[in-house]
Design a protein around this ligand. Sequence first.
Ligand code: ARG
Ligand code: ASP
Length: 740
Amino acid sequence: MKYIKIYLLAALLVVSCKTKQPTVKAVEPAVVQEAIDTREIQGGMWIPSLLEGVNEEEMQLLGSKMTAKDIYDVNNSSLKDAIVHFNGGCTSEIISPKGLLLTNHHCGYGAIQSHSTVEDDYLKDGFWAKSLEDELANPSMTVTFIKRIDDVTTQVFVGVTEDMDEASKQRLIDQNIQKVTASAQKEEWQSANVKSFYKGNQYILFITEIFKDVRLVGAPPSSIGKFGADTDNWMWPRHTGDFSMFRIYADANNRPAAYSKDNVPYQPKHYLPVSLDGVEEGDFTLVFGFPGRTNEYLPAVAVDQIVNVLNPAKIEVRDNALKIIDSYMRKDADIKIKYASKFASTANYWKKWIGENQGIEKSNAIENKKELEVEFSKIVKEKDLVGYQTLLSDFETLYKEIQDVSLARDYWIEVAYRNVELLGITFRAYQLEQAYLRGGEAAFEKSRTSILNRLKGTYKNYSAVVDQPVFEKLMVLYAEKSPKEFFPTKLQGLNFSDEAASIYTSSKLTSLAGAEELLSGSADEVIKKLNEDKAYIFGKELHNVFYNSVEPKFQQLNLEIEAVQKKYMKALMEVFPNERFFPDANSTLRVTYGQVSGYEPKDGMYYETTTHLQGVIEKYVPGDYEFDVPQKLLSLYETKDYGAYADKNGKMPVCFIGTNHTTGGNSGSPAIDAHGNLIGLNFDRVWEGTMSDMNYDPEICRNIMVDIRYVLFIVDKYAGAQNLIEEMTLVHPKKENSKQ
Ligand code: ARG
Ligand code: ASP
């Protein structure tokens, strides 16, 4: 507790003299001050079973009225019983006693799409089940509950000693993990798995329950659920109603079961009450979910490499690919549909990396890390801490060595695997040849079936007319800018326009029919035909270098880096015992907390915390692919028919931002108030703060949430699905607490 007070004081002294008042709207000085004083205790993704003590105190300082046990308890129901991992990639929460789930529109997108046809296009028009019978089954969808979380570090390290080499250590650790998993106490319908934390310094066991009957309940049209699409992606101010609803079904014993029409709505141990009171600047927020991956403890040299070498290369490749694809999408409606989803996913990380680079620069992250390393080295030297003296110089050496390998690897991934689709197709064929070389006929047959299946999906959305100019442009970049050592000699100095012209006119791999023809016949015949195909001959050069030189070298160096990183993590915690160290995200359940807070993205510019329906109307472009607005929403705005969901000034809130530390995978996570009620639905971050994956900075990192009142308004007033509203428990926590 003492160190928190020291932090608070230091933060107050440092920050208060440089505080600038907002330029757009004056926020109460006391509110701003409170938010600033507590910045030092924000950030971090914490393990729910270990909140007692420091985290609990920090949350209470930020305004929470909950105890650690209200959030995670094995014996009694707690918040964690309402949170599920949604289909392995997103988060979702239960909001009714009948297992009703809330998640993002972009998390339910695949399911919504799978039920859509040209006549009943649920992506375009939305979908609302009026009764349980209308809910739509999704065969391969799962949701996972976390039943129990146990620290098993001691068991995992049994027999592991310092004098062992890394490979032997890892072997023993893996064996111990298997033992722990096999002997874990659990019901037979539950699962057990162990995950590594703090770079392999801590191990935790998760007992889970996986439900397999999850049905689609409702989704708004994309013009609400994806409003603003790529233009607004990663941006604030935002006006997207990014939500959809599902329901968990269970067997007669309320246990997981495969889909059956006899299954019944799941009865949860806990579901989240929904607050009608909204949020204000400074209010406590907790986000509970499954963040995927972060890298907060990289040395300066690694961040420098990502920001100055790897990101710029990847951004440049995608920049060029996106420009070419966009020019075709704009002039051809068919190509626009074919490329819509690929374009969105390529653009998603392209835009994220640009924001990440700007954020790292603006927050001085590299310099700050260097300062920390100087301090670290000083203490290690003073205290003569054995084993830690060479960590930073080891990083320097290893990152220098891996730089060209990583760069070559990224060029291969971005050009030869991902963005030039024909080269990606040749890679599938390359895998087929490899399967044959390694496993003979049987392996060949297995691989051919799976590759042909995959290619059907690929060609459905493929256009060689778009792909050829992408090939030309990206190959020029690849040849010019990737490390020469890892670029095939045979392809050096070629004229890639000429190459493209001859490859795209002659190769069989530019169409499904051609590919099927090429891949038919005996293994020997197929391999022979492939090696006469111009696209294959070209692609094989790139894939050979990648497989024989780049990847093995990368894996070997990466293993060495991971070993140093594991020691460095341990060393940091010993050298700075009073710092807050949270484990990097690893797709396990975490709690992050903060406050509703605006931010200053640039000097002289202040972003407020909340957007409103009025902003949707301001962005409205009739008929536009990204900014169209449904007629019914326009009329609701005209008549101000907001029911109980308007804010106290009669406006309809849409989204708000906070200082919660989130990442990919947190999409669909609930934003929870000081009392455990649902106030919002997490779905994105602000552009300037996407560097939070490497350097969370409470000054500019903000997560973006849909205001739960907008969700209720759309369900009730727009969709007329009062049946769903009636299932929920709507509460007035602010009103109730002011009465006490
Ligand atoms: N940027 C958010 C995330 O990383 C939302 C992505 C939704 N997709 C999109 N292309 N707009 O997942
Ligand atoms: N949009 C991300 C997701 O889908 C969340 C984020 O990166 O902030 O999980």
